[in-house]
Design a protein around this ligand. Structure first.
Ligand SMILES: [Zn+2]
Length: 401
């Protein structure tokens, strides 16, 4: 498998040994954050800082004013010594160490952006707005996402781009102050609370024959009735059992049409973003990856997709930490067989392995490889401790090309 690892630009800038030490892990490529959500990250081996905090979504390069003039939503520029404008220098250092580089671009997950324009955010059935989630049905959000991805592709010498949250974002949002327990909200509630009722979404429902007011009232009743709590409470994923439960609560036909509407809107966003990247690439051969999950209902950084539809636009699907990688990857590989050039990658997290030697991860990766995964993405060389890096390098040695 071709191998890559995630990295923040501030892992590299200010640390002269960083690029070589990542190259020594044996990976082929790095996914380097160019536009990222709010974060508090430990940088365990950086000589200057140890914790980097970005309170808002930000870009790690200076945006060109001409691209953004007249647009309602604009990216913030990351702040701080060694953080501000760190993408370009980090990219150059990694290239200098012989690594391929993909730009990691987070789109609809957007903390603090549009605060002055709350109408850009997802609005749930109760009218509550989510300042961390942009509603992708809105034209200005699509324009923002496409402009951002296009700018990154145009301005930097890249091997590819990796699109995260290029689709629906919802209730779940890793937050240090979260007061949500799985017993309060199960996966069905989380799906229902991800449904948006902003003006654009209500319009989209109407054009798909859905009565938005009736849907809103059904969703409110279903959330208030509760009782969908699940033991696992796994954030982004919507299991087939939960999808069935949504159908029971809303009515099967309505639930199906709702899903179709939302997938159509997500297709529209993805196509706008991919078109902007391809146009910006101007003949350069950029690989476009989409962070995805198997469940079409799924929302979050790994968006729920119909794999065949997504592969009409992107080159590869990157499945984030699947519950059962071999089964889920096999399902996608089977569904997309015959698509020339398509790639299916699996993300494996080396930050918290139950055993020091990573033996259990060996089995996970072996399962994904035998199911037909073409790429192995190891999360995350910057955040990993020395132990995590040893596990990472071991997996590259065992499964790399
Ligand atoms: Zn909306």
């Amino acid at each position: 498998m071709r191998t890559s690892t995630a990295l923040y630009p501030f892992d590299v800038v200010g640390d002269e040994s960083a690029a070589d030490s990542v190259a020594a892990l044996g990976v082929d490529e790095v996914s380097l954050a160019a536009a990222y959500h709010a974060v508090r990250a430990v940088t365990p081996r950086h000589p200057v800082h140890h914790v980097v905090t970005a309170e808002n979504s930000a870009v790690y390069f200076p945006p060109e004013a001409s691209r953004w003039s007249g647009l309602g939503l604009r990216p913030r520029r990351a702040e701080g010594e060694g953080v501000r404008d760190s993408f370009g220098p980090a990219l150059a250092a990694l290239r200098g160490a012989g690594l391929g580089v993909n730009a990691w671009i987070v789109l609809a997950h957007s903390c603090g952006l549009g605060g002055e324009q709350a109408a850009s955010h997802v609005e749930n059935a109760f009218g509550d707005r989510y300042p961390w989630a942009l509603c992708i049905a809105q034209p200005e959000v699509r324009e923002y996402a496409a402009t951002l991805a296009g700018e990154v592709a145009a301005r930097f010498d890249l091997d590819g781009v990796e699109l995260e949250a290029c689709g629906w974002y919802g209730y779940d949002h890793l937050s240090a102050h979260d007061k949500t327990h799985p017993e309060m909200l199960g996966e069905v509630d989380r799906y229902l609370l991800a449904l948006c009722f902003c003006r654009s979404c209500r319009g989209a429902y109407g054009s798909h024959g859905i009565d938005a007011d009736r849907l809103r009232s059904l969703v409110q009743d279903a959330v208030r009735a509760g009782g969908s709590a699940t033991a696992d409470g796994r954030g982004e994923a919507v299991t087939p059992r939960a999808a069935e439960e949504v159908g029971r609560r809303l009515g099967g036909d309505l639930a199906d049409e709702l899903l179709r509407t939302r997938l159509d809107l997500a297709d529209e966003l993805r196509r706008a973003v991919v078109q902007a990247v391809r146009e910006s690439a101007r003949g350069r051969d950029l690989t476009i990856w989409l962070h995805a999950q198997v469940s079409p209902h799924g929302v979050g950084g790994n968006v729920g997709v119909d794999a065949l539809r997504a592969l009409d636009d992107v080159d590869g699907l990157l499945y984030g930490v699947p519950a059962e990688p071999s089964a889920e990857i096999a399902q996608v590989v089977d569904a997309t067989a015959g698509r020339p050039g398509r790639r299916v990658g699996v993300v494996v997290d080396v930050l918290g392995t139950p055993r020091d030697d990573g033996e259990e991860l060996d089995a996970v990766v072996a399962g994904a490889a035998s199911a037909g995964a073409t790429d192995l993405h190891l999360y995350h060389a910057g955040l990993a401790s020395d132990r995590g890096r040893r596990v990472l390098a071991g997996l590259v040695e065992s499964f790399g090309d």
